[in-house]
Design a protein around this ligand. Sequence first.
Ligand SMILES: CC(=O)SCCNC(=O)CCNC(=O)[C@H](O)C(C)(C)COP(=O)(O)OP(=O)(O)OC[C@H]1O[C@@H](n2cnc3c(N)ncnc32)[C@H](O)[C@@H]1OP(=O)(O)O
Ligand SMILES: CC(C)C(=O)C(=O)O
Length: 559
Amino acid sequence: MSMLKDPSSKYRAFPTIDIPDRTWPSKTITTAPIWCSSDLRDGNQSLIEPMDAAKKLRFWKTLVAVGVKEIEASFPAASQTDFDFVRTLIEDNHIPEDTTIQVLTQGREDLIARTFESLRGAKKAIVHLYNATSPSFRRIVFNQDKDGIKAIAVNAAKLFVKYAAQQPETQWTFEYSPETFSATELEFAKEVCDAVIEVWNPTPEHKMILNLPATVECATPNIYADQIEWFGRHINRRDSVIISLHTHNDRGTGVAATELGLMAGADRVEGCLFGNGERTGNVDLVTVALNMYTQGLDPQLDFSDIDGVRKVVEECNQIQVHPRHPYVGDLVHTAFSGSHQDAIRKGFSQQKDDALWEVPYLPIDPADIGRSYEAVIRVNSQSGKGGIAYLLEQEYDISLPRRMQIEFSQVVQAETDRVGLEMTAPQIYALLQREYLQANTPYALVSHRLQEENGNSFVEVEVSGKGQGETNLHWKGKGNGALEALVAGLPIGVEIMDYNEHAIGAGTNAKAAAYIELRVNGERPVHGVGIDENITTASFKALFSALNRSLSQLEAKAA
Ligand SMILES: CC(=O)SCCNC(=O)CCNC(=O)[C@H](O)C(C)(C)COP(=O)(O)OP(=O)(O)OC[C@H]1O[C@@H](n2cnc3c(N)ncnc32)[C@H](O)[C@@H]1OP(=O)(O)O
Ligand SMILES: CC(C)C(=O)C(=O)O
């Protein structure tokens, strides 16, 4: 094999479908399909360790809670575990009235007999027959010509009728899959399916299911859509047939193929939660459903606790969901990068409760699927001021003025660059404390006295600090307001460039936050922050914070 100069010569392009008047490209999906989960069958058969009975039951209950109404529970003839699971569901009444159990079998009589046996006593059931129809499977696996392949399907279909008749207490629905449909000549797929239709004789009142698998995804999704549209136009008794999609994800386009297949007229979708299944998986039912949701269409499945569902699926399958997996991955509602955070923060502040969802970079409101907003913005070295400001607002009720956001983001940036790690909200707050709230040198405010007289403010402050020796300093000043009086009393020339304040919290526990931008001796302005129960004290603390930071920076510059 390695001798081949160009290995791609081993493969060939999938031919296009001759359907020039195709209609699906201009369709949209307007109704939710019938959903069928194959987690307990196609998903289960792909696991390193297939689920035991307890796990299968837990998974089954989760699917029922999500609202999946048709659930392929097993391949009962494959193993005693699979057979017994079907018995448990029936005998212990785990199948709600509005839910139908589905099982799969090959077209061999011993397997069919055992399959029907497993369903004894079920109120209703879907029995699913498959055999592969594509040229390579005909040649390689079955060593049969087209007639031989059709005969497998027709003979098995007849056996279905025979065995179903022996259990008339059950309301039967039959499903046929021309396995490898997407790699089968369309005329031949139709021929086999028409032959099965003849045997099962469905009616508009009692339909059968024709499931059209992309058993191995082998072409672009538009080809699959063409195949589905062609099939729907040509199959006999279309009104008595439910057309079902069953895609895999070998080319990474299982979701796209399913969506285009629905636009092409299919009625039903088989798949697995979070895309488990053979090789690269079956189509992910969650993504298809939530994609509909984000188009304003109710998918009729409940993923309002998506993390709860994920937990069950991960524990049963023993496979972790990827952090980038659409909708459910740990990181998919998270923005680290500055410009994204800025846009998200602005989006949140403008988003009205009942308005169309328009928060940039978030295709879905995380709250709709049970996620909090906590993980939406996370800060690392790629982050900007918006994300930092957002976290302080959300977690600590602290709203930094715009120019201070810019200044503080440089402090955070230096820290994230230094440690090379993400910074959590508590770590950012600790940095704010260290940098601003605890900026106590060289001057720490010990106490202050404020007097108002005839529109004038008189301030006396007691100041201590490193380098002041044992004796505290006392500075006095007079001005039009408290801050002006304090500035007048300082022995250093300062100029207040900007002042902001706001409440933190409400009621008796409320505090005040004050922010001051201060220019010392005509140098570059520097910010300070003060937090206190008393707004005047908060503003004085903010002034000392700015003064100390500025003096420290000047000292560092001079050194
Ligand atoms: C695409 C899919 O996911 S299809 C579902 C696949 N899932 C599974 O196979 C899981 C469960 N299967 C099993 O446990 C086993 O395959 C069993 C118990 C069903 C059968 O096991 P075995 O009797 O050992 O047969 P095995 O699986 O090897 O089947 C191969 C034979 O069945 C034939 N066969 C394969 N598929 C079908 C079919 N759909 N209908 C009729 N015959 C078939 C093959 O041609 C082959 O025949 P040969 O022995 O004459 O060459
Ligand atoms: C049995 C069929 C539907 C199947 O699982 C497949 O083709 O992938």
